[in-house]
Design a protein around this ligand. Structure first.
Ligand code: COA
Length: 272
């Protein structure tokens, strides 16, 4: 569920499950009994049982937790190995543009500079910083051995609602489902006009590779692909959508009710 919509007080288990498994414990702490379907409360020593996530005092899930959910789901559905660097995930992306990507969330300038040293001079490694305001990282001169790869993406989330949709006239739809991951495409008879991928881990769905070919844009195909993938992911048990959006994508997702949570800034190492 959208973190903003965490109710201020829920007392009954049925309500908790209905509302998306959030619980206000004695009005002081909020825990999320995620995916276990049972109520969990912090122990007297204020430790949280496995599977629970502490929310911030104002009731929001921390930005770090939200992004780590995205990393976990992304790595799971693509079967990517994840290591740790200074406490942040280093994902073995094995993609055409990069071998590895470090993901960090507003780590502070000193920690950022340590991570930057890891990526510096490695043209196959990306370092992506997420945050509400990235001026602290973006404004000073770039650490040596790095270049800015992308500064136009944003991190977005939504509470998923299935919306049945008809295949647009003149297109053939096809699905390629591989475990918890599905690719949906629309073909115009000659080539793929639009497609997208969604992967589900527990109640989280990550959307990826949403694309409409240039000649077919602004005719509702992107909206249709997102509806089809959303309905499939909800059928798999997903309730929250998470994604990294390009500028074009952010326009589409905002029109579908997604909310921008964080800015993103991606650096690549520069070879010597
Ligand atoms: C983003 C993309 C998939 C949108 O596909 P599309 O088929 O053109 O989208 P739709 O026609 O279904 O758009 C539905 C609504 O979303 C919004 N929207 C879509 N693209 C938009 C854009 N580039 N800018 C602002 N709003 C946009 C509009 O409100 C639009 O309704 P309207 O055309 O009546 O104004 C397409 O522009 C694309 O492939 N871009 C390049 C790849 C990319 O960036 N993909 C996203 C990766 S996160």
């Amino acid at each position: 569920m959208l973190v903003d919509e965490v109710p201020s007080r829920i007392t009954r288990a049925s309500e908790l499950l209905e509302m998306g498994q959030w619980l206000d414990v004695e009005n002081t702490q909020i825990v999320c009994a995620k995916s276990h379907g049972e109520i969990m409360a912090p122990t007297r020593r204020r430790r949280y049982p496995r599977g629970c996530r502490r929310l911030l005092e104002d009731g929001r899930m921390s930005d770090r937790d939200l992004v780590m959910r995205w990393v976990r789901a992304w790595a799971h559905v693509r079967d990517l190995r994840v290591q740790q660097v200074d406490g942040w995930p280093l994902v073995h992306v094995r993609g055409p543009s990069r071998d590895t990507e470090i993901v960090c969330v507003d780590p502070g300038r000193t920690a950022f500079e340590r991570l930057a040293q890891h990526t510096a001079h490695d043209p196959r490694e990306m370092l992506t910083v997420f945050g509400r305001d990235l001026a602290e990282y973006v404004a000073p001169p770039l650490p040596p051995g790095l270049r800015v790869d992308r500064d136009d993406e944003v991190f977005m989330t939504t509470m998923l609602t299935p919306s049945p949709t008809q295949v647009p006239d003149g297109f053939a739809a096809s699905w390629d489902v591989d475990g918890s991951r599905a690719t949906y495409s629309l073909d115009d008879g000659a080539s793929i006009a639009a497609e997208g991928i969604v992967g589900v881990l527990g109640t989280d769905a990550v959307f990826d590779g949403i694309e409409t070919s240039p000649g077919h844009r602004r005719r509702g195909l992107g909206r249709h692909v997102m509806s089809a993938l959303t309905t499939w992911s909800v059928d798999q048990g997903a309730t929250t959508g998470l994604l990294a959006a390009s500028i074009d994508g952010a326009g589409l997702y905002a029109a579908l009710g997604w909310k921008q949570e964080l800015e993103m800034w991606s650096l690549m190492g520069v070879g010597d």
